[in-house]
Design a protein. Structure first.
Lengths: 349, 65
């Protein structure tokens, strides 16, 4: 029987939701949360331990968290390491990627994780490890766990792993030789493809080029002292009654709020965060920690830049899909263009 | 301005100024208000300068406070 260890975040480790996102890493003997289902699904592997760490703790103290987890693992005997599934949870996905990368490098043990294609962890780590194509939310837990068990079992036993398409993981950008049945020479295959292309028929390339979604670099602001600067945040800072009812997670709405009356700083009590992805205490006590209106006003008074745009723009960036975020960005930028804003400072949490 | 610089790089932000944490990017509540102000004032200044700096590739600007 092979042995495995499973990494989960505070939520799935049953530590208690987002308030515990700062939870420091622990290792528990046996099964916690999804480790139970994973263990049941694995025929030839036993999960011996579950490691739990808060996503924010991992995000803000990555080195320390990885070092502690590495210390937990030092005296353990394991053949395979699992993390997640992380679904669309961005910080969880990145945590899974970081932990898996450390385990691969320091312990030379194969790793498996699972994320949804909208999870930023996919682009960060897909070339370094097996990330299975997972569902959007915990509703897909059973399916994702099953896929992790299948691939993990093969890896633990050293069995050959098929292509990304066959096994269901995100392509790692690696190429392997395979034998075709029937064996059609490359020259024939490429001419077949070309003919299909010329006839506007669908064809499957053998060398997919990943789509690069890069934003061109904006030129520098020429004269800051005359520039209008705007402020945008994904940190969920809104007027205390949240007039636009922006969602606390998976936001599809954004708000635009006039701040011209605040000459010195953003007043606590009147502004707060509605972001459900981090502990709101510090932001609510002083919203300038996220929206640095006090510092922006100081520079405006000093004449470092021309003026602060009279509105700021806010949404919530947790669970928000890249598609929705791009749409909201486009909508916000229309207002910014209309107001002749020269540049934007964006604070994310 | 963000704490998770690797994410900002992955999603393609071009001018990046690091902050100190997720829940309080620009002011650690466990430090005195003057210290928080100093940090916030400095990093916002770096961000403003970044906007006025020509770059040819994704750039993480250096902060001193």
């Amino acid at each position: 029987m092979k042995k495995g260890i499973h990494y989960v975040n505070q939520f799935f480790g049953q530590i208690d939701g987002e308030e515990s996102a700062d939870f420091e890493p622990v290792i528990r003997e046996g099964l916690v949360g999804p480790a139970t289902a994973l263990n049941e699904t694995l025929a030839d592997v036993t999960i011996t331990h579950t490691i739990i760490c808060g996503d924010n703790y991992m995000g803000s103290n990555t080195e320390e968290a990885l070092k502690r987890i590495s210390d937990f693992l030092r005296d353990k005997d394991f053949d395979i390491f699992f993390a997640g599934p992380a679904f669309r949870a961005g910080r969880y996905g990145i945590a899974c990627g970081n932990v898996c990368q450390m385990v691969q490098e320091q312990f030379n043990v194969p790793v498996v994780t699972s994320m949804n294609d909208e999870n930023p962890g996919v682009e960060m780590f897909r070339q370094k490890m097996y990330i299975l194509k997972g569902g959007k939310s915990a509703a897909d837990m059973r399916k994702d766990i099953k896929a992790m068990a299948q691939l993990g079992q093969k890896l633990a036993k050293g069995e050959p792993i098929g292509s990304a398409q066959d096994e269901g993981y995100f392509g790692r950008g690696e190429r392997h030789q395979t034998l075709l049945d029937p064996p059609i020479p490359a020259a024939d295959r490429v001419v077949d493809m070309l003919l299909k292309k010329l006839n506007n028929q669908p064809f499957q390339t053998e060398l997919p080029i990943p789509e690069a979604d890069r934003v061109p670099i904006a030129p520098a602001v020429k004269d800051l002292s005359k520039a209008t600067i705007a402020f945008v945040t994904s940190g969920g800072i809104v007027p205390a009654d949240n007039p636009d009812r922006i969602q606390s997670a998976s936001a599809t709405k954004w708000g635009r709020y006039n701040i011209s009356q605040y000459k010195d700083r953003l007043p606590a009590g009147e502004y707060k965060t509605i972001h459900a992805g981090y502990d709101p205490a510090a932001a609510n006590e002083d919203p300038n920690r996220i929206f640095p209106l006090d510092a922006l006003r100081a520079y405006e008074r000093e004449g470092k830049f021309g003026k602060l745009h009279e509105y700021y723009y806010a949404t919530v960036g947790t669970g928000t899909t890249q598609g929705e975020a791009a749409r909201m960005g486009r909508e916000i930028s229309e207002y910014l263009h209309e107001a002749n804003v020269d540049a934007v400072i964006l604070v994310s949490t | 301005m963000c704490n998770l610089v690797p994410i900002a790089l992955t999603v393609g932000a071009n001018r990046i100024v690091p902050t100190i944490s997720i829940p309080y990017p620009l002011g650690d509540p466990d430090t005195p208000p003057e210290e928080q102000w100093k940090l916030r004032y400095h990093r916002v200044g770096v961000a403003l300068d970044a906007l006025a700096t020509d770059i040819s590739e994704q750039t993480v600007f250096r902060v001193k406070v």
